[in-house]
Design a protein. Sequence first.
Length: 324
Amino acid sequence: MTNTPPDPKSSQTNALGFEEFIGILVAFATIGVILFWSFSRKESGWNLGGLLLPSPTQSPVPTTPTVESRQAPPSSEEKPPVVEKPLPRVSPGELRREQTLLPPDSTRETLPLVIPEKKPTIPPPIAFTDVPSDFWARRFIDVLSSRNIIKGYQDYSFRPNQPVSRAEFAAILQQAFRNGLGYTNEKMSFQDVPTQFWANSAIDQAINTGFLKGYPNKTFNPNQKISRTQVLVALASGLNLKVPASPNQVLSVYKDAREIPTYATNKIAAATESGLVVNYPDTTVLAANKQATRAEVAAMIYQALVRMRRVDAIQSEYIVKVPD
């Protein structure tokens, strides 16, 4: 009996069946291990079904790392990052309106600290030794001295009855009307005013603002005593007072109206109607050609400031009033 060799094909078939059997056993063993491990980890919230068969509505896991994943893990002393909740969906109109509003906290942080501005206080008047409390021009002098418009002398006197020179009057005008009036800025050169004269700037301002004028021969006469007429004409010119319709009727309040120079009639009538004239002791006597005293100049300068609404009116029986 001849031994027949085994068929190679049948051997390969038996061998492949054995390997498949081993693979099946390994697969079942792996599945068993996974099931056992999954049941023992119920507390971790794993969903085996979700891992093996994802639901159709589940979105794929993004491949780009998020902000949280790129940040370093918080230390034991730091708090974990707070994940902001998504904002509610709003319409474009509401979004534009909300973008214009600032949170109250941010508004308070950006507002600067506002400190109320301190208003300058007016110093008390100078207590002149020769101006008694019952002096007729005391109240006018007190206000002007407290505003540094008029000054006294080194011996604390005011010398209220002393005449005023044209240069001194220009200096008082400079202090009283240094703001709020037109200025032409014309440099005047007078033959009798030295280059280093103490009142040069005051004279220039008095000329440029229209209060004073020089004489035809290019002189100013700075040391000449100024008359009451010149004071009133200067104030009416500098303030550009309107001439009344009937100047002579206005001037009829003065007993000595005929002594008023012709060139000054309209200006003095305008000053009288505007309440600038102060006559002591008799309001009906102008004394147009009399030299103006320091007290009289102070009173009429004060009335000019009242006209400009820079000081409050003072009740005085010596202020000339035109009857209605």
